[in-house]
Design a protein around this ligand. Sequence first.
Ligand code: HEC
Ligand code: HEC
Length: 363
Amino acid sequence: MVKYNKIAFVIFSLVIILVSSCRKDPKITPVSASPYSFDYPAIISEYLPPIQTPNTNPMTDEGVELGRKLFYDERLSANNTQSCGSCHLQSASFSDTTSYSIGIDGIAGNRNSMPLINLGWMNSFFWDGRAIGMENQVYQPVTNPIEMHTTWPNVAAKLQQDGLYPALFLQVFGTDVIDSVLVSKAISQFMRTLISGNAPFDKYLMTGSSGWNAIDEQLAYEGFTIFMDETKGDCFHCHGDSYNPLWTDNSFHNNGLDVFFTDNGRGAVTGNAFDNGKFKTPTLRNLVFTAPYMHDGRFTTLQQVINHYSQGLQNSATIDPLMKHIGNGGSQMNPGDKSKLLMFLISLSDSSFVSNPKFADPG
Ligand code: HEC
Ligand code: HEC
């Protein structure tokens, strides 16, 4: 009897030890990550204020690295087939090469994926600006039924099972309990580092030399004057000028694509018919890598974009007053002006950005 009691006691103790070692006590420690410091391209430190990060999400080297890993992690989708990087390819300046990105169920959305560059100076996200604040933006693709189509508790549970993530979250955020808030913070940290500002035209503005041959450099410069000329390109109102390295006003306009809208854009967010057909002005950086163009990817080449502004403008009730050539269907640029304008647009593409190993899939 005594013997049996002893054995029972030993078994009982073993069970207790096993159970308690399986139960996960959340670990909480002070954050042990090193503050991240931005390395801005010359033109950006010259003309833009430093990126303001939210107090609730200070940037660290390890946080950026964790965000990069998560950005490329397919476990953020229901069937583990799609990561953020699937629709935001570095080779395409973090946009997609198809008009409409295809989600995990093979269903296409109705908008063109957007390039992810210089987002740290942006406050409203998506073509219609419906997400305010980068951290809030990150929640949407994961649960979007035609994108990653899953739930945050599912994602958090999968990441929690991983051999590495809990320790990384502990180091970066001081807790190893993974949730949507921390995932979104880490991904936002990574996305804030996606800074582009070393295009030939940037070098030209900063040093007087683009690195191109003299003829092409001259053409690009003349293209810039057409861009600024109100009787020709007249582009700068919305896309900015040489003092604005973002090459966008980050505001919403109707640039004359349609007479009737199949997508109300900003209007569907504000509920104001005055905003129908308005979309966020995209940056003109890295266009060489980001085709197709416009919110629905309707143009496959930059020549088509230029022809749109030159002679393809469509009038509608919400056309932007800055589309001053609407009466003539466009500013009717001659072929020489168009090719100079094209050269200027090409000169805003930064190939060091699309090949920067710091932004690539860490594997
Ligand atoms: C299925 C393809 C797809 C996936 C996966 C995807 N995106 Fe996107 N992304 C898009 C599309 C399409 C848009 C434009 C949507 C719109 O305007 O409604 C977009 C827009 C964005 C924007 C807005 C950029 C701007 O300039 O306003 C950000 C930021 C972004 N995505 C980040 C992410 C992150 C982070 C993830 C992963 C959590 C992700 N995306 C996953 C297709 C995708
Ligand atoms: C009234 C403001 C406005 C003016 C002026 C304007 N644009 Fe735009 N541009 C926009 C908006 C808004 C979009 C996005 C429209 C959409 O997708 O519905 C856009 C889109 C583009 C795109 C597509 C970029 C991408 O990533 O899809 C290019 C390229 C472009 N514009 C170049 C130009 C050029 C060149 C000029 C001058 C000839 C010009 N724009 C004049 C507002 C403007």
